[in-house]
Design a protein around this ligand. Structure first.
Ligand code: NAD
Length: 441
């Protein structure tokens, strides 16, 4: 079967990965972005971000001639399916989503739509947006063109974006017609052949599916972090507790790790956008519940800062603090709303000399005047009076505590992600403070 001609509008973490996956399935794909440097990089087969497996997939598509990139939407004129993958960040003035990029993309795309084209939203948007996109296109495109809107939210996780795109848990096909479903099934034929479940639903349920998944995940993390704080206060063991909870088939073991909280370009802003939209719809319970989830999450960052100050005997000014990890999660270089970076910045604001090492995100921090960026763990930790592990990079768990103990000024470490073996570190003479576990000496 010949591939489908597709455009992907917005080539950030989501769009670039989606475009590369689509081309890997044999479709002809053009990726469109307003950022010329991003387009130049991608067109040359160079990944603009760190994402395992992405470089290879991108290069394969570009070399095969099935994946091209442009800043000009007229390059999308031959496509029958257009995926909207632009950013939907938190608005600068409130908790709702800023849909400026989405409307710009829709308006710019309209003149290039062929007869019968399908416009598929993939960005995470407030419920009701798809219907507005359909209305907008009906205003801009003659009705005889029969242009239709569908919503097909994306559930990929950064750091696993390629794997999740190629082998998703499920597909959500938010459609208003059988023809739109058929077209989407054609696009996803290779995934559907693997037996991945595809749920057909209406546009608004599809929009809600993604936002609701993030709301549930965020709530679960804050719930676990609250339990961790109670464990510390009651001298209980959060790791045994979460093991016990995870063995309950109704709860399950995943997403039960305590730490300095969630961040990144999705969970925090999706949580707030969901609550804001629910309030608009007259549902007040959402902001009550999710406001607490958000507050518990932010509180974890403050807890890490307070703990650091306490470990520096209340005098952070002029003290050397090593921060291991800046990205919001391991195997990513994404710094958007990163808890690690927020803690590093807050400790620096208190006058400490903060030295950061991150295997991938460090290069994006060079213009931060408040942080010293280092190229190795040892260099960041030289003469440190407190060391903070704030991103769960696997190499941090493998550090030799004896060797690092010779580099630092004081063997004091905060494990904000529960990646260290406390007994091993304590045996090497370190005071280990872990979230939910308290101090091990
Ligand atoms: P991003 O900021 O990495 O990428 C957005 C891209 O859109 C940028 O490259 C930007 O230049 C481009 N853009 C902005 N306006 C444009 C326009 N008018 N035309 C063409 N391109 C334009 O964002 P992201 O992380 O890829 O997220 C995109 C959407 O996907 C968001 O709604 C997000 O919530 C959702 N999402 C993200 C992830 C993720 O893990 N990052 C997962 C699922 C869903």
């Amino acid at each position: 079967m010949p591939g489908v001609r597709i455009s992907v509008i917005g080539t950030g973490y989501l769009g670039a990965t989606h475009a590369a996956a689509l081309s890997g399935w044999g479709h002809d794909v053009v990726g469109i972005d307003v950022d010329p440097s991003r387009v130049t990089q991608l067109a040359a087969g160079i990944a603009p971000f760190h994402e395992p497996g992405f470089d290879e997939l991108l290069l394969e598509g570009v070399r095969a001639g099935r994946l091209t990139f442009s800043t000009d939407l007229s390059a999308a004129v031959d496509a029958d399916v257009h995926f909207l993958c632009v950013g939907t960040p938190q608005s600068g003035t409130g908790h709702g989503a800023d849909l400026t990029a989405l409307w710009q993309a829709v308006d710019a795309l309209a003149p290039h739509l062929r007869r019968g084209a399908l416009v598929v939203g993939k960005s995470t948007v407030p419920v009701g947006t798809a219907a507005r996109v359909q209305e907008r296109l009906e205003d801009l495109v003659p009705p005889r063109h029969g242009v239709e809107v569908a919503w097909n939210p994306e559930f990929l996780r950064e750091a696993h974006a390629v794997e999740d795109s190629l082998h998703p848990d499920r597909l959500v096909l938010g459609v208003a017609s059988d023809a739109a479903e058929t077209r989407l099934r054609e696009v996803y034929a290779p995934v559907l052949r693997d037996g991945i479940p595809a749920v057909r639903t209406d546009l608004q349920t599809a929009e809600l599916a993604k936002a609701s998944a993030n709301v549930m995940l965020a709530s679960r993390i804050s719930l676990v972090n609250m339990l961790a704080e109670v464990c510390e206060a009651a001298d209980a063991d959060i790791e045994r507790l979460t093991e016990i909870l995870g063995l309950d088939a109704r709860i399950g073991p995943r997403y039960l790790s305590p730490g300095i909280g969630f961040g990144g370009g999705c969970l925090p802003k999706d949580l707030r956008a969901f609550a804001s939209r629910a309030t608009e719809l007259g549902v007040d319970s959402a902001s009550e519940l999710l406001g607490a989830v958000d507050a518990v999450n932010t509180h974890q960052r403050q807890r890490a800062v307070d703990l650091t100050v306490r470990l520096l005997d209340g005098h952070p000014h002029g003290r050397n603090v090593a921060v291991l990890g800046a990205a919001f999660k391991a195997d990513s270089d994404d710094l958007r709303d990163s808890p690690a970076l927020a803690v590093a910045g807050a400790v620096s604001q208190l006058g400490a000399c903060v030295r950061v090492f991150d295997p991938q995100a460090g290069r994006h921090l060079r213009d931060r005047v408040d942080l010293e960026v280092h190229d190795s763990i040892e260099s960041a930790c030289a003469a440190a009076e407190a060391t903070l592990v704030l991103t769960e990079w696997p190499q941090f768990a493998e550090v030799d505590p004896v060797a690092l103990g010779r580099v630092v000024e004081r063997r004091v470490i905060v494990d904000g992600r529960l990646v260290l073996d406390p007994t091993r570190w304590a045996r090497a003479g370190w005071r280990v403070h872990a979230f939910g576990r308290g101090e091990t000496t």
